[in-house]
Design a protein around this ligand. Structure first.
Ligand code: ADP
Ligand code: MG
Length: 219
């Protein structure tokens, strides 16, 4: 019973309007089913981040379309796209991007509240997510009181708090040592498979890519 969550259809993207624009993506297509994981690999500058931004609607392609859960997000306007993203997509960056003045649990609750979940329920969801990433004892800590590995675990929990159907990660383990990468992947893959989330990770790290279902190499 495969259910397609993400469809990328013939995407092209170039930057610069002058006589020699830089063609970053050309006629790229891919599909991802519920519960499936895909690694995006390729040298720095090959277009991994650009593709991730296009998939989650942060950037528009020059040609082609993105369909997520049967919604053609390329045809939505910017407000509709950000509303859609707040409900269906979780995003994790290389640097955690946690808000420094909020505690761990407040950071996690924020996307849930932005997706329209009431405060009390958002905090219940967040407490359960903190527990799943083994950080319930750090609920009141702010990001600068957490280690790098702990911050990225909070970032996973935050990306899940709006109960997304797809999770997009841009080099999420770039600042972690091998032991923390293993720990991060264990937690991530367990959560992704139990929730049947479609996962895309751009990564240089063999300890990450070797654990994903499929790899796509950009040139
Ligand atoms: P990667 O994530 O694989 O390192 P990127 O997608 O960040 O690659 O970048 C691909 C190429 O597109 C790079 O040459 C980069 O300089 C260029 N690029 C990315 N974003 C922009 C932008 N907003 N304007 C101009 N060039 C860009
Ligand atoms: Mg990048």
């Amino acid at each position: 019973m495969n259910e397609q969550i993400i469809t990328v259809q013939s995407i092209s993207k170039s930057f610069g309007e002058n006589t020699s624009p830089l063609q970053v993506l050309e006629d790229l297509s891919l599909n991802l089913n519920k519960g499936e994981s895909l690694g995006l690999v390729g040298a720095s500058g090959s277009g991994k981040s650009t593709l991730l931004h296009i998939i989650c609607g942060l950037e528009q392609p020059d040609a082609g379309k993105i369909v997520i859960k049967n919604v053609n997000i390329t045809d939505l306007n910017a407000d509709e796209r950000s509303l859609f993203r707040s409900k269906e997509v979780g995003f994790v960056y290389q640097f955690h991007h946690l808000l420094p003045d909020l505690t761990a649990i407040e950071n996690i609750a924020l996307p849930a509240m932005l997706a329209g979940i009431k405060k009390e329920e958002a905090f219940e969801i967040s407490a359960s997510l903190l527990d799943q990433v083994n950080l319930n004892h750090k609920e009141k800590n702010r990001p600068n009181e957490l280690s790098g590995g702990e911050r990225q675990r909070v970032a996973i929990a935050r990306a899940m708090s709006n109960n997304p159907s797809c999770l997009i990660m841009d080099e999420p383990t770039g600042n972690l040592d091998t032991k923390n990468v293993e720990n991060f992947m264990d937690l991530l893959l367990e959560m992704v498979s139990s929730r049947e989330i479609a996962l895309i990770i751009a990564t240089h790290d063999n300890n990450v890519s070797s654990r994903l279902d499929r790899l796509l190499s950009l040139e």
